[in-house]
Write a protein that binds this ligand. Sequence first.
Ligand code: GCW
Length: 717
Amino acid sequence: MISLRFVFLFLLISFSTSAQKDYKLWLQYNAVNNSAMASEYKSNLKGIVVLGNSETIKVAKKELKTAFLGMLGNVPEIKSELKEENNLIVGAESSLNPEIKKTVSADFDKINNEGFIIKSVSIQNKKQIIITGKNDVAVLYGVFNFLRILQTNKSVKNLNIADSPKTNIRILNHWDNLDRTVERGYAGFSLWNWQKLPDFIDQRYIDYARANASVGINGTVLTNVNANALILTPQYLEKVEALANVFRPYGIKVYLTARFSAPIEIGNLKTADPKDPEVINWWKNKSAEIYKRIPDFGGFLVKANSEGQPGPQNYGRDHVDGANMLADAVAPFGGVIMWRAFVYSEHDANDRAKQAYAEFQPYDGKFKENVIVQVKNGAIDFQPREPFHPLFGAMPKTPLMMEFQITQEYLGFSTHLVFLPKLFQEVLQSDTFQKGKGSTVAKVVDGTLYQNKLTGIAGVANIGNDLNWTGHPFAQANWYGFGRLAWNPYLDSEIIADEWLRCTFSNDENFIKPIKNMMMESREAVVNYMTPLGLHHIMDTGHHYGPGPWVSNLSRPEWNPTYYHKADKNGIGFDRSKSGTNATSQYASEVEKLFDNLETCPEKDLLWFHHVSWDYKLKNGQTLWNGLALKYQEGVNQVAAMQDVWKKTEKYIDSERFNEVGMLLEIQNKEAKWWRDACLLYFQQFSGKELPAGVEKPTQTLDYFKSLKFPFAPGNG
Ligand code: GCW
């Protein structure tokens, strides 16, 4: 009996500690087992002096305690004044006494309002480490960055860091519905438990805020862009207010999606026409009501006249009219309007990729100054690879914010290991040439290209109430990496992978090196086994799970995969060059020329811009057909290689996460083969050619693949 009970207890404890690892994200605060570093930390961190007692400073102090306890086994003495050396001094500029301030005063010129300073200083000949910034949230960012130095086992001896975020709005977009389903969510249900709010504050909200603050995310849109007006009623605003109160100490502002027809649906008005005085008033009053509850409310994110959502065009007005009306409503309170440029019309079957540019570019300079236009990274829709969106750089007088998708709608859901910062970086570093060479997307987004005051980066969240938050343990890296790139769009994704692995798993180089390589390759792998050489949007429709290049029966032409790949006897690909839809003309002339010419178009984008014959010779000498088939095979091989690498990590990490990732990689392998076989069998009907040597024979028929149905695939509403 006793032994059974013991076994049960043991199981319980071991389950909860390993489950905690999944839950704790990159804030594991594992014991530092590099003894040299551990003793360096201990000798440099004898005491902590925390200045100030705001809620933010309190959470900073708590984080330090938790982290030190985990990493060093004890919490350095908390002191109220400086006597000996080797203390950590934490506090905002205004809380520093003149003597301490003197040691960092020059550094304050190097940072902006949200930036922090971490510096080894000497005060009265005693060496100390100081973490400071212009306000308490900046200090909190400094604290998390300091903790990352320890988590990644770097030296704290001669610190001299002054770092500021390069964008203003670093924000998650939750596509969360009020019934807690998550559109394109693959990690369970929504975190927001509307039924229990406002009285019940789930610990998850706090840990969510910690995780975000640790990477500098400072905003969250709680609700789906396919919006429900009810969120703007008092019943829900009370709940939103409760969340805002939880997030505030962490520097996170709450935003909501505004359903354009809300004045009709919850306001009893007959119209939502943005020029109607009653409508204008309704939004003004609604905004005032929200700001009364939440003085630091961020503003609204709006999807209007897109995929059936209501908008100003329902009343013969345009996007500028709609956005500016809302902008006026929130302007007195310092709010912003993030107006999405994700539009495409069923009445224009010519080329979906051209429509957002065609519609929005002429509005340049017409939006109010608290409007920022939110543009997806590419012109179609979050594909494994897209050329950068032509709007970037093309609206010099309008702030544009980036919209990335962290959730893997088109990249294998939360089952596939794909390290997205690699994709994000590729987009951010793309050169738009709109103001000559070096006009990168990053410079558009951080405002330096055109000196825009308002800047931002949004990421469609991959977070749900799964134990590990993101469905796949490695999908946590995409949340982390999004935050890091939103803070600094110039960061190298390899550095991000390195940091994340060390904070999340282990500092052991034998683990880091191969796993980092695996992460860095994972994005190209998914491109290869899903959509190589510029193919796109050939996922099965609706849920977007698995391949569906054959789908051609949907009512809107541009919802059909056949619309995108245009495979026929002559070849494959979408001709967007001059001989086709001329979408290339939406880019600056240098880029236009590059993409337009079959010879200079990068092969990774080939079938995005050109319809290419099956016999076309690729740079490696292969015909297009053979090259395409080999790419699909390469993707499968890459996943198999990832599995081999992962299998060798057993001794470095906990068995739960080891097993979870192992099982997920096995699914990814199966699905990569599914993609390869289904796509090649389908395209083979047009090419009429045999598979080249080196490509495995499909194990099923095309009819079999076509027969697969997934009525309950997640995320599809
Ligand atoms: O990618 C498509 C998705 C829709 C989404 C839409 C958008 C929220 O399939 O689910 O709707 O984009 O970004 O608005």
